[in-house]
Design a binder for this molecule. Structure first.
Ligand code: HDE
Length: 713
């Protein structure tokens, strides 16, 4: 006999009250069909007798299975793997001088945002730690309509013209014959394409750098990439580049670590974002703008419309104009994160495009892709995509229409509905495009001002610290080492010689090949069939600066341990005072602590009390933490030093250049590791206080260790 579901009769939580009308609270409710009919038995299908055939008339079974069969929608062709959060944006002071955009006027006003981060190449279930650019897409729900800033964590792109995008994506995606490798650029087709596309060299420097393996989504920059326009109330326009600056600084993991994280926790970034928000450590970025006056458009040794170029911060400073805070996790991944539809064409009055040919192509692509991915033209009605500004127009019908339009007309002009909906004049917030002067021949072509392929790749490489340079060399050795066709490797090394000779020779040495004396110039592959070869030759332009401090992560914020994860290695007999003192100090400084013991359950503490282990050594891995602490307690140390997993944990954390601290008998464990137990060893704290440990964790990594210590972990 079916039982009635017990209800608790509790009221909806406060959180629910603020949500959209479509929100379903999955508590205290009867199970129903999609027609609202209460279901009496969700365990058994309808049969002709207990052992008989199932009956076609079982509408409950059929509805349930049919809906299940249709649960999957096409994943995004790029940026399929992603995670998102809600929050708000607030401007510091009015930007009226430059733009009339409503959300950039009033410092009192908070504009809701939804932000989706993503990797580019991998499928929806791929690892977070792939070497890749990260998507950084922000939807501002402004009172004047939705504005989408659909950017990446890297300020340039691989190609200069949208027509190359399908080629580029096909090259980086898994190879067509065997669908390998997943979420990785280390394969022949990617490097084949790159070796023939010199315009990609600047972006290659960024993706081979540690920017492509962030420590956390909360610790990466974001960029609008293209040059956009601001327009003020008088109609005056200036150019603008957008930046997001994370308040926790820009930090990355080591490549060896990235690969291990992919196995230990392929949701590492997703989990980190989720947990930070749940714990109240809300991720924050400042929005920065670089403003260029209209008259200065041609003052640079590169073209502002070329998406493979940056404006160095030393040349045009980044003004921080406001702050974004992410303070709420989505309630439902599919409804929000998966169904959110971004579009660089979603603009508000006061912001406009430029003629960047990559941006122009994107303006077509995003609506087109949503039509197939979300199944029809009404995706703007899905709750996460709805504007908070009122929507009135004469668009009607289509798959999954939600709006019940009550007007008697769906055309304009009309008298039947008194002419409604009306066009809005500029004073009423009507959008007008910037009146850019255009007088040109219709051509398929590229401006000569786009043909400096290497100067900014060189600028980026020369701006890196020695450690960062070595990481780029190693990444290129790794990636090209996975390439099976020798001619591709040689061509790439040939391109690298034009970035920086020492880079090319270090990469070549690792690959066991010679630097080509006369590097191939792949002009034939990038020029149109009948074009003059001279028009397609690279043209180096001297840059305004030889190096830029803002391009190196070595110069980032290193004064906070907010939300950093610290592992305490403990066993029976651990010193209770060491644990509680260090834990309290780290938590007070904003970090999070996990007790890792040989097994789960309770640990006996030296003072007779007990502590609960958070994780066992079987589950925990050093790559999931920022620092390690081994407290005192003779019995605990004696147990841990016989645990290979504990020794490996410490060796590996040290190899990945993390802060390691021990107190008192904890040193006995250290003696069994490969660590050099010497005074003044950077980031190794023996019997130091918590203050010194906190300072060391804030440094993020002691990369200098890589050059000297050979730890077999
Ligand atoms: Fe995208 N891109 N893209 N892209 N892109 C998509 O739209 C496209 C480019 C970026 O979290 C797609 O909804 C073209 C640059 C992000 O949902 C698609 C070109 C930048 C996201 C598409 C580019 C981006 C996308 C796939 C070359 C950095 C994820 C699914 C002209 C500024 C948004 C979708 C999210 C997603 C097309 C180049 C950023 C196919 C044609 C450059 C962050 O429409």
């Amino acid at each position: 006999m079916a039982k009635k579901k017990k209800t608790t009769g509790s009221k909806p939580s406060k959180k629910t009250e603020n949500l959209a009308p479509h929100t379903e609270e999955g508590t205290d409710q009867f199970l129903t069909t999609n027609q609202g009919v209460r279901i009496n038995d969700n365990q058994n299908s309808l049969k002709a007798g207990e052992r008989g055939a199932s009956l076609l008339e079982d509408f409950i079974l059929r509805e349930k299975i049919t809906h299940f069969d249709h649960e999957r929608i096409p994943e995004r062709i790029v940026h399929a793997r992603g995670e998102a959060a809600h929050g708000y944006f607030q401007v510091y002071e009015s930007m009226a001088k430059y733009t009339k955009a409503g959300f950039l006027q009033d410092p009192e006003k908070q504009t809701p945002v939804f932000v989706r981060f993503s990797t580019v190449a991998g499928s929806r279930g791929s690892s977070d730690l792939a070497r890749d650019a990260r998507g950084f897409a922000v939807k501002f729900y402004t009172d004047e309509g939705n504005y989408d800033l659909v950017g990446n964590n890297i300020p340039v792109f691989f190609i200069q013209d949208a027509i190359k995008f399908p080629d580029f994506v096909h090259a980086v995606k898994p190879e067509p014959r065997n669908e390998m490798p997943q979420a990785a650029s280390a394969h022949d087709t990617f490097w084949d394409f790159i070796s023939l596309s010199p315009e990609s060299m600047h972006m290659i420097m960024w993706v081979m750098s540690d920017r492509a393996i962030p420590r956390s989504l909360r610790m990466m920059e974001g960029f609008g990439i293209h040059t956009f326009r601001f327009i003020n109330a008088t109609g005056k326009s200036c150019f603008v580049k957008f930046h997001w600056k994370p308040l926790l600084g820009v930090h990355a993991v080591a490549w060896d670590e990235a690969q291990k994280i992919s196995g230990k926790d392929s949701d590492f970034h997703r989990r980190d974002l989720w947990n930070a928000i749940e714990s109240g450590a809300f991720p924050e970025w400042e929005l920065g703008v670089q403003i260029v006056a209209e008259k200065d458009e041609h003052k640079f040794p590169f073209d502002l419309l070329d998406p493979t170029k940056i404006i160095p911060e030393e040349v045009v400073p980044v003004i921080r104009i406001g702050k974004m805070v992410l303070n709420r996790n989505p309630d439902n991944f599919f409804a929000e994160t998966e169904q959110v539809a971004f579009h660089p064409g979603n603009l508000v009055p006061g912001i406009d495009f430029t003629n960047d040919p990559l941006l122009q192509g994107r303006l077509f692509s995003y609506t087109d892709t949503q039509l197939i991915r979300l199944g029809g033209p009404n995706f703007h009605e899905i709750p996460i995509n709805r504007a908070v500004a009122p929507v009135h127009n004469n668009q009607r019908d289509g798959f999954m229409r939600q709006a019940i339009n009550r007007a008697e007309t769906s055309y304009e002009p009309n008298t039947v509905s008194n002419g409604c909906p009306f066009q809005a004049g500029v004073r009423d917030g009507g959008f007008t495009s910037y009146e850019e002067k255009v007088d040109a021949r219709k051509i398929r072509g590229r401006s000569q001002s786009f043909f400096d392929f290497f100067s900014q790749a060189t600028l980026f490489y020369n701006s890196q610290s020695e450690v960062e340079k070595t990481h780029i060399v190693n990444a290129l050795r790794f990636e090209l080492g996975k390439v099976t066709r020798p001619d591709i490797r040689v061509r790439v090394v040939g391109l690298l010689t034009q970035v920086e000779k020492s880079l090319a020779s270090r990469v070549a040495a690792g690959l066991g090949i010679q630097v080509p004396a006369k590097p191939e110039q792949p002009i034939n592959h990038i020029r149109p069939a009948d074009a003059n070869i001279k028009d397609y030759e690279p043209r180096a332009q001297k840059q305004q600066v030889a190096s830029s401090a803002a391009l190196s992560m070595a110069n980032t914020v290193k004064n906070t341990i907010t939300s950093r994860q610290v592992a305490f290695l403990v066993a029976d007999g651990v010193s209770g005072t060491d644990v509680s003192k260090m834990k309290a100090d780290l938590i007070a400084a904003g970090a999070q602590v996990q007790l890792i013991a040989p097994k789960l359950g309770q640990i006996k503490v030296s003072n007779g009390t007990r502590l609960e282990a958070d994780q066992s050594l079987l589950i925990a891995a050093s790559v999931l933490f920022d620092a390690v602490y081994v407290p005192g307690g003779a019995a605990s140390a004696a147990l841990l030093k016989k645990e290979p997993a504990a020794l490996h944990f410490i060796n590996e954390a040290y190899k990945h250049c993390k802060a390691v601290a021990v107190n008192r008998e904890g040193i006995e464990v250290l003696k069994e590791t490969y660590l050099p137990i010497e005074e003044n060893e950077p980031g190794l704290l023996i019997d130091s206080n918590s203050k010194a440990f906190i300072k060391a964790i804030a440094q993020h990594r002691f990369w200098e260790r890589e050059a000297v210590d050979e730890i077999p972990a």
